[in-house]
Design a protein around this ligand. Structure first.
Ligand SMILES: Cc1cc2nc3c(=O)[nH]c(=O)nc-3n(C[C@H](O)[C@H](O)[C@H](O)COP(=O)(O)O)c2cc1C
Length: 345
């Protein structure tokens, strides 16, 4: 049932943010249903969690945790909601979200618009706990103590999260990426470690793809020292590879197809730096089973996507999962974990 090719022109007639709001509105109308089943070969364990499929929804699509169950129902093996900040905030002035159709890309400078942790917490409390739903946490733009915001996020959201992602890599909150710098990162991660409680959810750290020489090893070392459970590689890029669309000059983070080479390079750098000592989760320009397979072979235990959904429609997660299962079979492997890093060396 390929409905999306018919619906896409309607969605594309709207500006990108209106189309997104309409999509969330439509997803909210989907009645609860059973979670889809996946072949056992796709199940993978990361940080003590069993992911039924390695294909997840990246943060930013469902910032306020409005539709995690609908997205699981569409065939994602896990869903990451957020970024949520301690206090609600409006984000940057509109327009702030742009479809670069000729480039199969997106530029956004949303700026962590969200209804705040309390609103997300309430929604997540109300849902039946099933499937894997991670919560991505950030800091308020005007916060006087950003590290305290992450600590507040860990404390508030842990009871409703299967994992927590510490997001210090959004390019749209001025200065946020500075938390990736040497001293700041150590300070942040030890505060986060202190805030964890025994038996609480694992903590992932999401990094930027815009790396300088040595960044990957330094971040891996800090993450392992502070018992971070996995790294998400990566967020959107501030760089601008050659683009054709009229929105190419817009400020913000670039995602989708043009991010793929950079995200792949970052995956290589983190695999080399970690040698498999910490699980890696890939994001950036993943739009097909081939892309997912390549990232897994480069060292990713899981993959996430967002931008390709805009172009390929909601059936994409399921198609990628099916394609991965076929590739596993063709290569004589019985489980996806055998493929992780198999093309890395
Ligand atoms: C509109 C938009 C909003 C996003 N918001 C967030 C966010 O709030 N937090 C976050 O960690 N990443 C956010 N991201 C980044 C994605 O989670 C992902 O890391 C990035 O887009 C690369 O994947 P993709 O090429 O599949 O989109 C956002 C991306 C887009 C396109």
């Amino acid at each position: 049932m390929a409905l999306y090719p018919l619906l896409r022109p309607l969605a594309f007639a709207l500006d990108a943010e209106t189309a997104h709001r309409a999509t969330i509105g439509a997803l909210k109308l989907i009645p609860p249903r059973r979670l889809p089943a996946f072949p056992d070969s796709l199940a993978v364990e990361v940080a003590g969690l069993r992911f039924p499929s390695p294909v997840g929804l990246a943060a930013g699509f469902d910032k306020d945790a409005e539709v995690p169950d609908a997205m699981l129902g569409l065939g994602f093996g896990f869903v990451e909601v957020g970024t949520v900040t301690p206090l609600p905030q409006a984000g940057n002035p509109q327009p702030r979200l742009f479809r670069l159709t000729d480039d199969q890309a997106v530029i956004n400078r949303m700026g962590f618009n969200n209804a705040g942790q309390a609103a997300a917490l309430e929604r997540l409390w109300r849902r039946e706990r099933r499937g894997i739903v991670g919560v991505n946490i950030g800091a308020n733009k005007d916060s006087s103590d950003r590290i305290a915001d992450y600590v507040a996020g860990v404390r508030a959201m842990a009871p409703v999260a299967d994992y927590l992602t510490v997001n210090i890599s959004s390019p749209n909150t001025p200065g946020l990426r500075g938390l990736q710098d040497e001293g700041a990162l150590g300070e942040l991660l030890s505060a986060v470690r202190e805030a964890r409680v025994a038996g609480g959810p694992p903590i992932f750290l999401k990094v930027a793809p815009d790396l300088a020489e040595g960044d990957a090893s330094r971040i891996v070392r800090a993450a392992i020292d502070s018992q971070v459970d996995a790294l998400i590689v990566a967020n959107t890029t501030l760089s601008r590879p050659e683009l054709r669309s009229r929105f190419a000059g817009e400020a913000g983070g670039l995602s989708g197809a043009p991010l793929k080479p950079l995200a792949m390079e970052a995956m290589h750098a983190f695999r080399v730096a970690s040698g498999g000592a910490i699980p890696l989760i890939a994001a950036g320009g993943i739009a097909s089973a081939d892309d997912a397979w390549e990232r897994i072979r480069a060292g990713a235990s899981l993959v996430q996507l967002y931008s390709a959904l805009v172009y390929e429609g909601p059936g994409l997660a399921r198609r990628i999962a099916d394609g991965l299962a076929k590739r596993l079979q063709a290569s004589g492997m019985s489980n996806i974990s055998e493929a992780v890093g198999s093309g890395a060396d």
